[in-house]
Ligand binder design. Structure first.
Ligand code: ADP
Ligand code: MG
Length: 448
């Protein structure tokens, strides 16, 4: 069995990618019993993840290697030597660095785990993500320059790094410059001081792609803008890809020369929006999984609702939660999540579930009895889902508590409703407005 597994490993590595391989496949111990092949894993979370994402691939690969099909299942090992969750960050970054050391740009550095694989895609960043992927596939061809902008902590640097990683995967020989506008300026100043401008120009004008992060930093720095303008023109003229990120669109960067603004506007401008609630949950689960940490849905939702729009802040909340749980030796729970996030988020007074039901009933012209009933007419179901969603958002109630107050349903129904409304809300501005209005009315009433 060990031999079979060893033979399968390189194939699996190719199929699932380096990061997944290191995180999920490498730790597996492969044994067998009467029922077939056992993939021994450290805990239930791991088991579910493997089963959901990799079991089919593993089964096919083992069949290919062994020359016959076998039953394969993931089992929680009773004799796992090292208990897995050493849940403290930054474990994945360290692990990955060792395996991706080959991918280095000519100028600057990449964050090893800022890849497309670890980037959660949703409505808020779909366009920026797609643009980054196509640029990585065909640099200098379609979107040049690519200008990504959006608020702080929304993933611009992550996307820019992911794009660079991907370009290097496609063609390891490409010479990339991936750095912040600030580093560009510092490098320029040093070169000026040491009278080495010829070398500076030679360095930056002979790359295959330039990825410059946070170009809003160039505002008011005239000498740097001047130099960058020429770098830009040279690269652009040679069909080299240029990628820029900024916290604002080009037109809104005060103190940026007009000629640079119009260059930046000459390609594709894509903005990154704050993630929706459902995306925030997905991001948390992604980050937790990378830390080998089981994050129950219920807890992810509590965390997802705390703090501002920034994903960086969201990660901070998750790390604090894991640290608190580890230090105090407690399981990760919704209560702990609430405690861990409280000092950082001023929580408004929650409304009661009854108040939400009443307000939503009035808005949709639906009786309380119908709202709690199991009747399934479309418009009624819609109103009920909105009510459940608002209970979650403004009443601060748990899924089971909400389910109970809606005619004793299963809590998964409420979870589903919250997801559905979250999506509809993003797609339908009228619904979005109605929800905002109900939300503020309920909050005001609760605070009074
Ligand atoms: P920005 O450059 O826009 O200020 P970053 O790219 O530095 O933001 O992102 C901040 C943190 O949030 C990083 O750790 C990044 O991995 C994470 N992050 C942001 N968006 C996502 C996403 N869609 N999926 C996964 N992680 C994300
Ligand atoms: Mg950034």
């Amino acid at each position: 069995m060990e031999e079979l597994w060893s033979a399968a490993l390189p194939l699996l590595r190719q199929q699932v990618g380096e990061r997944n391989f290191v995180t999920w496949i490498e730790p597996i111990r492969c044994t067998s019993d009467r029922e077939g092949v056992c993939l021994e894993v450290p805990n239930r979370f791991f088991q579910e993840w493997i089963t959901r994402h990799f079991l089919a691939t593993i089964r096919n690969t083992l069949a290919a290697v062994a020359g016959d099909a076998r039953a394969v299942r993931a089992v929680v090992s009773s004799t796992w030597a090292a208990p897995v969750p050493p849940a403290l960050p930054p474990l994945p970054a360290r692990r990955e660095r060792a395996t991706t050391a080959a991918r280095v740009p000519k100028i600057g550095q990449l964050v090893a785990h800022y890849t497309f694989k670890t980037f959660v895609v949703g409505d808020a960043n779909q366009v920026a993500y797609q643009a980054a992927v196509s640029v990585a596939e065909q640099p200098g061809r379609r979107f040049n320059p690519l200008f990504l902008h959006g608020g702080v902590g929304l993933g611009k640097t992550h996307l820019a790094n992911a794009l660079a990683h991907e370009m290097l995967v496609h063609n390891p020989r490409q010479r990339l410059a991936c750095l912040s506008a600030e580093s560009f300026m510092n490098s320029l100043i040093t070169s000026l001081r040491q009278d080495q401008m010829a070398q500076f120009r030679d360095r930056f004008r002979h790359v295959d792609a330039l990825i410059l992060d946070d170009v809003q930093f160039l505002a008011g720095k005239e000498r740097t803008q001047e130099e960058f303008f020429h770098t830009f023109n040279t690269l652009y003229g040679n069909g080299k890809q240029i990628v820029l990120t900024s916290d604002k669109p080009p037109a809104a960067i005060a103190g940026l020369e007009q000629r640079l603004k119009s260059r930046f506007e000459g390609g594709l401008i894509a903005d990154v929006h704050p993630p929706t609630l459902a995306m925030r949950v997905a991001i948390l689960q992604q980050k937790a999984a990378a830390l080998f940490c089981a994050l129950p849905d219920e807890v992810a939702w509590v965390l997802a609702r705390t703090g501002g729009p920034s994903v960086r802040e969201l990660e901070g909340a998750l790390n604090r939660l894991i640290a608190t749980a580890t230090l105090r030796g407690l399981p990760i729970s919704a209560e702990l999540a609430q405690q861990a996030s409280r000092p950082f988020a001023e929580r408004p007074t929650p409304a009661s579930i009854e108040a939400v039901q009443e307000a939503v009933g009035q808005h949709f012209n639906v009786s309380l009895a119908d709202l709690k009933s199991h009747r399934r007419e479309r418009s009624l179901a819609h109103a009920r889902q909105v009510a459940m969603y608002l209970c979650r958002v403004v009443a601060d109630a748990s899924f089971p508590a909400i389910a109970e107050k809606f005619g004793g349903r299963d809590h998964s129904t409420v979870m589903h409703a919250v997801r559905v409304v979250e999506q509809r809300r993003a797609a339908d501005p009228a619904l979005g407005d109605a929800i905002l209005m109900l939300e503020s009315a309920l909050r005001n009433r609760a605070a009074a």
